[in-house]
Design a protein around this ligand. Sequence first.
Ligand code: G6P
Length: 607
Amino acid sequence: MCGIVGYVGPQPALPILVEGLRRLEYRGYDSAGVAVRTDDAIWVQKAVGRVSSLAAKTRLGPAGCIGIAHTRWATHGGVTEANAHPHLDERARIAVVHNGIIENMSELKRELEQQGVVFKSETDTEIFAHLIRSVYDGDPLQAVSYAVKRVRGTYGIAVMFQEHPEQLFVARNGSPLVIGLGDGETVVASDPQAVVEHTRRVVYLKDRELAILTRDGVQVHSFDGRSLDSSIEMLEADYKVADKEGFPHFMLKEIHEQPRSIQRCQLGRIQVEDGNARLGGMELQPRDLVGIQRVIMLGCGTSYHAGMVGSMAIEALARVPSRAEIASEFRHRHPIVPREALFVAISQSGETLDTLGAIQEVQLKGGDCVGVVNVVGSTIARTCGRGTYLYSGPEVAVASTKAFTSQITALLTFTLMLARTRDLSYDKGQEVAQSLHDIPAKVAHYLERPGPIDEAVEAIVDARYVLFLGRGFSYPVALEGALKLKEIAYVPCEAYPAGEMKHGPIAMLEEGTPVIVIVPRDSQREKAISNIKEVQARGAKVIAIHTEGDELVQSIADISIEVPACAEYVSPLITVLPLQLIAYKAGLALGRDIDKPRNLAKSVTVE
Ligand code: G6P
């Protein structure tokens, strides 16, 4: 949440900063701002709304070669120019941008106000600028160190001083910062997306580290002033700036990327011949796998839904008790961390604060947690220390699509490994491996002929309420479909386990209420068909997502969307596709901002 960019080098900073903000806009997009040092003063420009509004206001900005910039997702204070970053001290000689939350804001604000400071915004960020000023006597490092030690909370900050034209100061405690070391220039950002155009040599700042950036490089210090070694890493060769590749939106591009992203996630991991799988990064030998007595998934949003599918597969195939937990609930209820359990933290961004908090809670209680993460080198990946990457490539649209199917793929791969150390026979192992191996082609096949999506969209766009129903493996898919429709189209809807529907949601049904039922040919199909009959008896209009050639479901559904046949445990990888497309097209029909829906952010670094 919130994106930071900073630049020091030989070129005018302004266009570089604004371009960097465009790359980070997915992190928050209610307002943006930039500060550039000129010979006389710190020049600041801010705009409410998208980075494009800021870009329009900065065309004639100064040519200073050092600056910081920010794209905001509001936490403290409304969406106004005054609350947009950067924030300045009272003499306007120190500028600060900040990602995160200051927990002891009221106490620090009171203290500063008692010293006579007048705050210009409602943000917590402004505290940093005034705290730094309150002790600044010409030594910027000492002043920034003081401020970071006084503040409690999570943050990444970048600070610029009018008096220090060659240096930027950055610090991190919980919110990511990556420093790019270019040729005579240095860039800092919340994500390598804003760095990769300048350089592939990067330093990932760690928690409680503070760094001084100059054109020639970086010096890292601990918060208590010790100088630290920084390890330079190279961004992977195939890491690049995300591009829409001719699609009108990132979301559609990412939906269509799924045959490739699922395949990449399987590469070198699924062994059909051996009827087994390997996830080296998990560092789990058969002896370790045998010792696992339960598996507990942790995640938020879409990642939680993927975890639900994973836990069902583990129980079904490996016969190991498993459940998925919403990270924000788990972490705050003093959870039990059984010794013989394996925790699996699932996150696309690798930054979600609640998931990170849940992992830390597990680790604090001596538990073992592996990560299933997309963003390489992210905080969650580093905190877990071991696990598996998805290799989906950057996911830019706020609503997650390709990461969901890759998360499920990775979890099913793990399930196969685990199951083969138990009762799953070689033959059955081969069958599971083959089912996974066949998925990318089936996804591609479906996406070529997606069926009557437009008809389904027409039925739901004006609805007052849409109900999604599924049983077994299709229940998390129903949840994911409803989440997508809310996120992208803002259509009121909810998902229910089909069998539970009669205990409440059925009262919502009226003549013509759209009900989307996920009913593939699996062990739950007959029961789901009964539910279709029940909702139709109350006048609902049924949109059924079902297996190709299922004439019975086809004949009873009002709108029938066919998907390729597959094994029950892999079915979410296929049945979710029409739901992604329905949400996308509903959003389009309603004129929504598909890639940047209102109020949301892709990486949620606040509680
Ligand atoms: C946000 C995003 C969702 C995502 C969730 C978890 O709410 O908008 O798309 O599923 O965070 O994010 P993570 O990066 O941990 O998977």
